[in-house]
Design a protein around this ligand. Structure first.
Ligand SMILES: Nc1ncnc2c1ncn2[C@@H]1O[C@H](COP(=O)(O)OP(=O)(O)OP(=O)(O)O)[C@@H](O)[C@H]1O
Ligand SMILES: [Mg+2]
Length: 609
C-alpha cells in the first residue's frame, strides 16, 4: 500500500513535464489540433467576456434608465455574435474535430504498434509490463485528447475570468475573496478525487483485463468448439462471476470514498458559497447599496465567476491524474529492447551455424526464480545440412529455435553464424535469412497469397505463391477455391472468406518457407496437423525443395525425422544423444526407446521410399 502511495505522489515537475510531453506529442503528430484548440479557447474566452459585460450593462441599465434602442442594439449584437460563433463551433466540433481526433488516434497507435513490435518477446511474459502496455494502448490518445481539450477550456476560462474577476471586484471585494478561497479548497478536493480515480483504475485494470479475456473467449471463433463440447464455459463463467464480484465490490468501496469527498465535502462548500454570496448581495439590496438591476447584474456576474473559477480549479486538478496515465505511456515508449541490432555485415554465403555452450533461462516469474531451460548446448549445423531436434514435451526444442531466431538471447554461451556472434548482426536482416514455420503459427485475416508472403502480393510474385503452395501440398484445395490464391481467409470480416481446416492452415504456414529462398529453414512441428498422406507428401517435398538448403526440423514423429543427417535428442534442456538414426538406434539409449515405443503404434511407415 505504501509503495502504491509513493507511486501516486508525483512531484509538480513530473506533472508538468508529463503533460508537456503529451502536448509535444500532439504537436508533432497533429499540430493543427493544438492550433485550432487554442484559437477556439481564445474565441470563446472573448465571447464569454463580451457576454458578461453586456449582461452586466443591461441589468444595470434597469436602474439608470438607459434608452431602449441602445439596449436592443447590444442584445442584437451579442445575439449575432452568438449565432456566428455557434455555427463555427458546430462546424468545428461536428466536422473538423472528430476527423482530427481520428487521425491523431491513427498516428499515435501506429507508433505504438511499431514500438510494441520492436520489444522483446520476454516483455509479454511480464504482467506488469503487459498492464502498462494495455494502459498505453487504451489511454494514449484519449489522454492526449483530454489534455488538449483541457488546455483549450482553460484558455477559454482564463481569458473570460480576467474580465469577470475585474467586474466582480467592482461589485464586492469580500465575495471575490470568498470565491477565490472556496475555489482553492475545491481544487484540493478534486486533486484527491482524481488520485483516488487513478488508484481505482490501477486496481481495476487487471480485473477488466480478465473480463475482456473471458469476453474474447466467448466471441472469438477459436474457442467456440471447446466451449460447446466441454465444461470450460462453466469454468470461465465461474471466473467471470468471481471477477465481476470483485469489480462490483471495488466500485462500492470507491463509491463510498467519492461520496465522502464530493457529497460531504465538495457539495456543501459549493452550496454554502452560493447562499453566502446571495445573502451578501441581498443585504446590500435591503441596505439600499444596490438597486434591483444592480442586484441582478451582481448575482449574474458572481455566479458566472464562481462557475468559471470552480471549473478552472477542477480542470487544473485533473492534470496530475493525466500525468499518472501519461507516465505509463512514457514508460512504455521508453522501454528499450534488450535484443539489439548490431552493424556487422552477415557473411555470405551461409557457411555454418554453431551453438557454443548455450544456456538459457526465461525471465524470473513472480516467485523471483529463473529456472534454466537449456543447459550447455553445443551443436554445429553446416550449410546444406539437415538436422532434427527431437525430445519429449518441454525438453526445450522450441526454446532453442527462439534463441536461433533471436527472439531471446542466451543467458550464457554464443550462437555463431559463419563464425560471427549473431548479436552483431542487424536484427531484421538476420531474421530475414531464416524461414520459420512456428509450432503455434498464426494465419491472418488476409488473402492466401498475403498469408504466404506475409506482405502484399504483387503480380510478379503470384507464381512464387502457387509454387510454394504446391510444395506444401495445398494445390488440390487451391483448385477448389474460386478466387484461388486471392481467397480471403476467415469469415471475420468478409462473408466470402474461407475457413480452412487445421491441416490446410498448417500447409499455408509451411508454404511461407517455400515462397522465397532462405539461408536456413526451421520447421517446428510442421506436420502436427497433417494426415499421413499429407505428411508423406510434405517430407517428400522438403527433401526436394530443400535439397540444397539448411534445415532444422522438429517433430515428435520420429519416422519423419529419420531423414535428417544428424538427430539431436533433447532431454531436460540438454543434448542427451546425437547422431544419425542408425547410430542412435545402435546406441539403444533414450532415442531408441522413444522410437521403439512409437514404432509399436505405427502399423506402417510413412516415409518416402
Ligand atoms: N515464455 C516462457 N516463459 C517461461 N517458461 C517458458 C516459456 N516458454 C516455455 N517455457 C518453459 O520452457 C520449457 C521448454 O519449453 P519448449 O517450448 O522449448 O519445449 P518443447 O521442447 O518445444 O516442447 P513441445 O514438444 O511441447 O513443443 C517448458 O518447461 C516451458 O514451460
Ligand atoms: Mg515446442
Amino acid at each position: 500500500m505504501e509503495e502504491k502511495e509513493k507511486k501516486l505522489k508525483q512531484p509538480l515537475r513530473r506533472v508538468v513535464s508529463n503533460n508537456i510531453f503529451i502536448l509535444r506529442q500532439v504537436w508533432r503528430l497533429m499540430p493543427s489540433y493544438l492550433i485550432l484548440t487554442v484559437c477556439e479557447g481564445i474565441m470563446w474566452g472573448l465571447i464569454n467576456s463580451a457576454e458578461a459585460v453586456v449582461f452586466y450593462t443591461i441589468f444595470n441599465a434597469l436602474d439608470t434608465g438607459e434608452p431602449f434602442a441602445r439596449m436592443a442594439y447590444l442584445i442584437g449584437m451579442i445575439s449575432l455574435f452568438y449565432l456566428i460563433s455557434g455555427i463555427l463551433d458546430r462546424l468545428y466540433w461536428v466536422v473538423i474535430n472528430p476527423e482530427i481526433k481520428q487521425t491523431l488516434h491513427y498516428r499515435m497507435h501506429r507508433e505504438l504498434f511499431v514500438r510494441a513490435q520492436s520489444l522483446d518477446l520476454a516483455c509479454y511474459d511480464d504482467p506488469k509490463f503487459y498492464n502498462d502496455f494495455v494502459f498505453a494502448m487504451d489511454e494514449a490518445d484519449s489522454r492526449a485528447i483530454k489534455v488538449v481539450d483541457e488546455v483549450g477550456k482553460l484558455i477559454n476560462r482564463l481569458v473570460a475570468s480576467g474580465t469577470l474577476f475585474t467586474l466582480l471586484f467592482t461589485i464586492d471585494t469580500l465575495v471575490a475573496v470568498l470565491i477565490f478561497a472556496c475555489s482553492l479548497i475545491t481544487t484540493v478536493i478534486w486533486l484527491i478525487g482524481n488520485k483516488i480515480g487513478f488508484r481505482q483504475q490501477e486496481e481495476g485494470k487487471p480485473l477488466w483485463r480478465k473480463s475482456n479475456y473471458i469476453n474474447r473467449t466467448f466471441h472469438l471463433a477459436d474457442y467456440a468448439k471447446e466451449l460447446r463440447t466441454s465444461r470450460a464455459s462453466e469454468l470461465l463463467m465461474e471466473e467471470y462471476t468471481e471477477n465481476c464480484g470483485r469489480l462490483i465490490a471495488m466500485q462500492k468501496r470507491y463509491g463510498k470514498k467519492y461520496f465522502l469527498l464530493y457529497g460531504l465535502c465538495d457539495s456543501p462548500i459549493s452550496i454554502g458559497l452560493q447562499l453566502t454570496t446571495l445573502l451578501v448581495m441581498f443585504f446590500k439590496l435591503i441596505a439600499g447599496q444596490v438597486q434591483l438591476g444592480g442586484f441582478a447584474a451582481a448575482v449574474n456576474t458572481i455566479w458566472r465567476v464562481r462557475w468559471f473559477f470552480f471549473d478552472i480549479c477542477q480542470r487544473i486538478a485533473r492534470f496530475p491524474e493525466h500525468a499518472l496515465y501519461i507516465e505509463k505511456y512514457r514508460n512504455f515508449l521508453s522501454t528499450e529492447p534488450t535484443i539489439r541490432s548490431g552493424k556487422t555485415p552477415i557473411p555470405e554465403p551461409f557457411a555454418a551455424l554453431e551453438l557454443r555452450h548455450v544456456s538459457f533461462a526465461y525471465p524470473a516469474g513472480e516467485d523471483g526464480e529463473a529456472k534454466e531451460t537449456l543447459h550447455d548446448i553445443n551443436l554445429t549445423l553446416h550449410a546444406g545440412e539437415k538436422i532434427a531436434l527431437v525430445g519429449y514435451n518441454g525438453a526445450g526444442k522450441t526454446t532453442l529455435i527462439k534463441l536461433i531466431m533471436r527472439l531471446y538471447d542466451p543467458t550464457e554461451g554464443q550462437i555463431l553464424w559463419g563464425g560471427v556472434d549473431i548479436r552483431e548482426f542487424d536484427l531484421e536482416e538476420y531474421r530475414q535469412k531464416i524461414g520459420t514455420v512456428f509450432q503455434d503459427f498464426k494465419l491472418f485475416a488476409a488473402s492466401i497469397a498475403e498469408n504466404v508472403l506475409c506482405t502484399d502480393c504483387a503480380e510478379d510474385r503470384e507464381e512464387d505463391v502457387r509454387r510454394a503452395l504446391d510444395a506444401a501440398d495445398f494445390t488440390d484445395k487451391l483448385e477448389s477455391l474460386e478466387d484461388g490464391i486471392h481467397t480471403h481467409l476467415t469469415r471475420e470480416f468478409r462473408k466470402d472468406g474461407t475457413n480452412l481446416s487445421g491441416g490446410e492452415s498448417q500447409k499455408i504456414a509451411i508454404a511461407r518457407v517455400f515462397a522465397r529462398p532462405y539461408e536456413l529453414i526451421i520447421m517446428d512441428e510442421p506436420s502436427a496437423a497433417l494426415d499421413p498422406l499429407a505428411e508423406y507428401a510434405l517430407n517428400h517435398n522438403i527433401l526436394k525443395q530443400c535439397a540444397d538448403s539448411t534445415v532444422i526440423f522438429i517433430s515428435h514423429r520420429l519416422s519423419t525425422t529419420r531423414m535428417a543427417q544428424t538427430i539431436y535428442m533433447l532431454a531436460d534442456g540438454r543434448i542427451a544423444e546425437s547422431g544419425s538414426h542408425e547410430e542412435l538406434m545402435a546406441q539403444n539409449g533414450k532415442y531408441a526407446e522413444m522410437f521403439n515405443t512409437q514404432a509399436k503404434h505405427y502399423i506402417s511407415e510413412v516415409l518416402p521410399a
